[in-house]
Design a protein around this ligand. Structure first.
Ligand SMILES: NC(=O)c1ccc[n+]([C@@H]2O[C@H](COP(=O)([O-])OP(=O)(O)OC[C@H]3O[C@@H](n4cnc5c(N)ncnc54)[C@H](OP(=O)(O)O)[C@@H]3O)[C@@H](O)[C@H]2O)c1
Length: 337
C-alpha cells in the first residue's frame, strides 16, 4: 500500500481545512484507494519551516500546538532545505495570494517540482504569473502541477475539460466567482454594514485575513485570467482585465436595488475576440430572472459558452472545507495517475 509524504506551506483557513479532511478521510483513503499519507512538513510565516521525515503529529499541526516534540523534528533555514528534509512526495501550497507577483507561492511550487514532488496549489498567483513554466517543469519531471481549488474550490472546472469535454472550444464565460463579495453583498442586503459583513465572511473562513483582494475585485480578476490562460489558451495579463470592486457601492444603493426585486452581484466576464479575450469584472445590477441573481451567501456559479452548447456549474453555499476538498481531490488525481 503506497504511503505519501505530504508537506503543507500555509496553515490558515485553507491549509487547516485540507488537514482536517485528510484526517477525517484517512480510513476512507486507505480502504477505497489503498493510499496512506504522513505529514512530514508544515510551514507558515510565523512558525517558519518545520520538518520530520518520520511524520509530524497532524492533530497538533491542526490545532497550532508545538510540533517540535522529538529528535527527528528539525527547523530548516529555507524552503529547499525544508523540502529536502520532509522528503515530500506532494507539496500543498496554501499561502496568501500576491496578485502582483505570484510570489513566494511560485517559488514554493517550482522548488517542489525540481525536487521531484507533485505541486498542488490553492493559490491563484502562480497560474497567472507562471502557468507555462510550472506546467513545462512538471512535465519534464514527470510530476503533476494541479490547481483545481483555485477557482470554485472543489468544482472540477479545470479537470473536467481535458477528459469530460474533449475537442470543445470555449467562446466565453460569465460568472460570480468570489465568495467573499457575495457574502458581503448578501449581508448588506440584510441590513449589516460593509465592515460587519466583511467580519462575517472572515468568521466563516471564506475571506482571507486581508480581504482587500476580494473587495477590490483582484481575486475575481485573477480567476478570470487563470481560466482564460488554462482553458482558452490565451496569454491574458492581469492589467488587461477591466476591474471594479464593490468597495465604492453604497449600502443604501445595495439595499434599494434588492427592495426593487433586483440584486447587485460582482460579475466576471470573458469573451473571445479574434486572437484575444476581453475580460472584465464589475458590480452589475441583475434582474431576479437571471440565474446569477439567485446566488446566496458564499455560493458561486459559472456559465461556459462552448461552440457546441452552454454549460453551467453552481456551487451551493460552500464553506472552507470545499477548498480543502479541491486540494484533496488534486492529491488523489496526482498519485493515482
Ligand atoms: N479561503 C478560501 O475560501 C479560499 C478559496 C480558494 C483559494 N484560496 C486561496 O488559498 C490561499 C490561502 O487562503 P487562506 O484563506 O487560508 O488564507 P489565510 O487564512 O490568511 O492563511 C494564509 C497562510 O499562509 C501563510 N503564509 C503567508 N505568507 C507566507 C509565506 N511567505 N511563507 C509561509 N507561509 C506564509 C500564513 O502564515 P501566518 O499565519 O504565519 O501569517 C497563513 O498560515 C490564498 O492564496 C487564497 O487566495 C482561499
Amino acid at each position: 500500500m503506497p504511503s505519501y509524504n505530504l508537506a503543507i506551506v500555509g496553515m490558515g483557513n485553507v491549509g487547516r481545512s485540507l488537514l482536517r479532511l485528510l484526517i477525517s478521510k484517512e480510513t476512507d483513503l486507505r480502504r477505497r484507494y489503498d493510499i496512506r499519507w504522513r505529514l512530514t512538513g508544515v510551514a507558515t510565516r510565523r512558525t517558519g519551516w518545520i520538518a520530520d521525515p518520520d511524520g509530524l503529529n497532524p492533530l497538533a499541526a491542526l490545532h497550532g500546538h508545538s510540533l517540535i516534540q522529538h529528535g527527528n523534528t528539525t527547523q530548516p533555514r529555507n524552503l529547499r532545505e525544508w523540502l529536502e528534509k520532509t522528503r515530500a512526495d506532494v507539496l500543498f501550497e496554501a499561502t496568501s495570494l500576491n496578485v502582483k507577483t505570484g510570489q513566494p507561492a511560485t517559488e514554493h511550487l517550482r522548488t517542489a517540482l525540481e525536487l521531484g514532488a507533485h505541486a498542488i496549489t490553492a493559490n491563484k498567483g502562480p497560474i497567472v504569473h507562471a502557468y507555462h513554466e510550472l506546467t513545462a517543469l512538471a512535465k519534464e519531471k514527470n510530476r503533476q502541477f494541479l490547481f483545481e481549488s483555485t477557482v470554485m474550490d472543489g468544482v472540477p472546472v479545470f479537470s473536467m475539460f481535458p477528459f469530460g469535454l474533449p475537442a470543445t472550444d470555449i467562446r466565453g464565460f460569465t460568472g460570480v466567482l468570489n465568495s467573499t463579495t457575495n457574502v458581503v453583498l448578501t449581508e448588506i442586503e440584510k441590513g449589516r454594514s460593509m465592515e460587519e459583513a466583511v467580519k462575517r465572511a472572515q468568521a466563516m473562513g471564506i475571506a482571507e485575513t486581508d480581504p482587500t483582494a476580494d473587495l477590490d475585485g483582484w481575486d475575481s480578476a485573477v480567476k478570470i485570467v487563470a481560466l482564460a490562460i488554462v482553458l482558452m489558451g490565451v496569454n491574458v495579463r492581469l492589467e488587461q482585465v477591466q476591474r471594479t470592486g464593490i468597495r465604492e457601492l453604497s449600502e443604501e444603493k445595495i439595499r434599494s436595488v434588492r427592495a426593487a426585486g433586483m440584486r447587485y452581484k460582482l460579475v466576471c466576464r470573458a469573451e473571445r475576440r479574434g486572437d484575444g479575450v476581453d475580460c472584465s469584472v464589475q458590480p452589475e445590477i441583475l434582474l431576479a430572472s437571471d440565474p446569477l441573481a439567485s446566488l446566496e451567501a458564499s455560493s458561486s456559479a459559472i456559465r461556459f459558452d462552448l461552440d457546441v452548447f452552454g454549460l453551467s456549474f453552481v456551487e451551493h453555499n460552500p464553506g472552507v472545507e470545499a477548498t480543502g476538498y479541491g486540494l484533496l481531490a488534486d492529491f488523489l488525481r496526482a498519485v493515482r495517475q
